[in-house]
Design a protein around this ligand. Sequence first.
Ligand SMILES: Cc1ncc(COP(=O)(O)O)c(C=O)c1O
Length: 359
Amino acid sequence: MAWNFAAGPARLPDAVRERAAEELFRRGPDGACSVERPFTGTIFRATLAHARLRLAELLDLPADYHIVFMAGGAMHQFGLLPMNLACPGQRVAYADSGYWSRRAMTEAGDLVAAVEVARYPGESALAAPAAGGWPVPADCAYCHITPNETVDGIAYPELPDAGPVPLVADCTSSFLTAPLALEKFGMVYASAQKNIGISGLTAAIIRQDLLERSPPELPAVFSYRRQAAAGSCVNTPPMLAIQMAGMVFDWIAGQGGLATMAVANQEKAACLYAAIDGSGSFYRAPVAVAHRSPVNVRFHLAAPELTDRFIAEAEAEGLYHLRGHAHIGGLRASLYNAMPLAGVAALVGFMADFSRRHG
Ligand SMILES: Cc1ncc(COP(=O)(O)O)c(C=O)c1O
């Protein structure tokens, strides 16, 4: 048995992978399979409507929020956010909690004036910025956060207070891993290849008042307002990724929904962090305990020269994609919804064995 701990594109639930293998390329009575049909036809429109409805149910979507499925990744949104949500000359606010929030701020800063309102303490204290007292200028179009930093393994323990400025969140690595208090946000977005399905798709959940901000001169494919008005079909959408998303949403619903996902994810994370903390400092998890990500567990060996050996021996035991992001090194195990406890148990067992042999 091999286990894939990749941070994304990540493991799909087994049942979804099997369903997809069965359904995606099977031709129907119209002589076409999913990837051969017009996106304007009734069959794809039903698939799209199903995905949207299922997601709305999972999120308990408030009436004034819209689900927009857009082509591309979360990084596309880094540019689309200021283009859609900021008026000419208006500033935008960003909190720096690690690698991805910094990249989001940099991309926005190339288009409009971006104000940094909170800062990641840095390698000396691995934690999200403190949640209170953010100096968010009231004239900012939005305040952007990254609730779960995939690379750094940092998660906000509580939502920050941006005052009257709407919070916009890049939930790419935490989306659907726990219930989400959508009413606290103006917008959340997540690319699909971690917890929604396969790459090429981003789900954006946008409150009506923010949706109305998209300027009329913005090209239709980039405009939140026009994409929402067109039911995410201004042009050919990523049809396969949307169909897969619907299957993942069905699977999550069948498991019991987001509360069930949260319990399972906490259990997996607790198991792995306990193994790290109980290793007599052979393994170390550098992030402050209250700020540890439940889904991207970052750790390293006290003897970093053993890292390559750890990875090689782990692979020999069927445990893959454990190397930390190239930006920070070390090790990282991503435990999204589709990773069962059995995968974590296999990793923990290997880690104990490795530390006995090399400790
Ligand atoms: C939090 C976060 N934001 C943005 C991205 C970039 O996503 P994409 O590759 O879909 O553009 C990632 C990718 O890992 C991520 O984890």
